[in-house]
Design a protein around this ligand. Structure first.
Ligand code: ATP
Length: 400
């Protein structure tokens, strides 16, 4: 049975003029790595939000690891979400906590033992390449490092499923490569990954399953797919036609050259292709190999109900010890002039954990955690391959 299954799922937002998702059917197996692609507004984020149960489907059935999301009661949602890692484009780190504390927090709220935390946090920080940065606060990190903390936090309790919405959206090509290495390593431990992206370089290099949305419909589902933004961005199409009109062949897709440059040399061909492409210095249609997407993300703004639920609980005196943490997180977000972030909401909802705990037996079973299988070594291996690809003379790639 599929780990994730959507049957005739339609989502119409209260103010939506047309369905954000329209009769979507999708099955994702355990261990899959799925790229969700499609133009802005095609429904990628909506699909992820439905899986996280941040939004409810208007019609249709969604099952995740045996949970029928329609039947999930409000009090079961925090536990359900705890079994899913999620990563956003803009990190959502707790700004008043160090790298170590950000990662440890995820374990603390699920009641992990101090000794477990002491073992797990350094392991995961090593996996994402952040050893040595444990004491840094988020503002003392680069964008790539901050995203690695977000990944570490999403992964530290080895979720069966990791959802990522444009996790490389704000990052430069090399940093994006690092993030993809980590995601690839996480996927190899058995975690199912669903990642929304506009980044054709990544999709074309990694050759994973590609599910393409258009106007809320799935228009393509390929095992080892690619992504050609020319289909979605008229200017790219116009550019190609203009080149033809001038008697020039439009630029070869980078993936072909990258593919040939790395052919047969790396067991981890996807990352190696991406590394080769990134380090070749070739640029995409928009002048950058990894052009940042427009700031159109909507995901992560929908957890207010949970925050309300926490506030209510605090008011009822059920979580007096939680209040200080909740207030400090909220005021921090406010000080930054931002709406409270999903992570903060997650933190708040996680902070409910002690009062939730007795419910655990009744709640939907979490996605079985994945056992780490030498993630560190794999990541090291991938990094070595990436470095090797980076060190290869550029001319090789160009010749290919
Ligand atoms: N909270 C909301 N209320 C009303 N309409 C919404 C809401 N969130 C998204 N939509 C609409 O639903 C459609 C799908 O949006 P969604 O954010 O899922 O697209 P997307 O493919 O993730 O886009 P992007 O790549 O820009 O993030 C869009 O038409 C959008 O305007």
């Amino acid at each position: 049975m599929a780990l994730i299954s959507l049957k005739d799922v339609t989502k119409i937002y209260p103010k939506g003029t047309r369905p954000a998702l329209d009769s979507v059917n999708l099955q994702i197996d355990r261990g899959d790595f799925v790229f969700l692609v499609g133009a802005s507004g095609s429904g990628k984020t909506t699909l992820l939000r439905l899986l996280l149960r941040e939004e409810e489907a208007t019609e249709g059935e969604i099952r995740v690891a045996g949970n029928d999301l329609r039947r999930l009661k409000n009090r079961q949602i925090p536990l359900y979400r705890r079994s899913i890692g999620f990563v956003f484009q803009d990190y959502k780190l707790l700004t008043n906590r160090t790298v170590w504390q950000n990662v440890a927090f995820t374990l603390e709220v699920i009641g992990a033992r101090r000794s477990t935390i002491k073992t797990m946090v350094p392991q995961v920080l090593k996996t994402v390449g952040l050893t040595g940065k444990e004491g840094n606060y988020p503002h003392e990190l680069s964008g790539g490092e901050a995203q690695r903390v977000a990944l570490a936090r999403a992964y530290v309790n080895h979720p069966g499923i990791l959802l990522a919405d444009e996790p490389t959206g704000n990052l430069d090509p090399t940093t994006s490569l690092g993030i993809m290495e980590v995601l690839d390593a996480i996927n190899r431990t058995g975690t199912t990954i669903v990642m929304a992206t506009h980044n054709e370089e990544i999709v074309n290099s990694m050759r994973k399953r590609v599910v393409e949305l258009h106007g809320g419909h799935i228009v393509r589902d390929e095992r080892q797919g690619s992504y050609d933004s020319a289909k979605f961005f008229p200017d790219a199409d116009v550019e190609a036609r203009a080149q033809r009109a001038l008697g020039k062949e439009p630029q070869q897709r980078q993936v072909q050259a990258a593919d040939m440059a790395t052919d047969g040399q790396f067991s981890d061909a996807g990352i190696a292709r991406l590394a080769s492409s990134v380090h070749s210095g070739r640029t995409g249609r928009y002048g950058e190999a990894f052009a940042p997407v427009e700031e159109t993300l909507t995901w992560g703004k929908g957890l207010r109900l949970d925050e309300e639920a926490v506030r209510e609980q605090i008011a009822q005196g059920q979580a007096a010890d939680v209040e200080a943490a909740q207030v400090s997180e909220t005021s921090e977000g406010d000080e930054a002039g931002e709406a409270s972030t999903t992570q903060e909401a997650q933190a708040a909802e996680e902070a409910q954990r002690p009062s939730d705990a007795p419910e655990e037996g009744k709640a939907a079973p979490p996605v079985p955690p994945q056992k780490p299988q030498g993630t560190d070594e794999r990541t090291d291996g991938i990094q070595q391959q990436a470095r090797a690809a980076a060190e290869r003379p550029e001319s090789e790639g160009e010749q290919a």
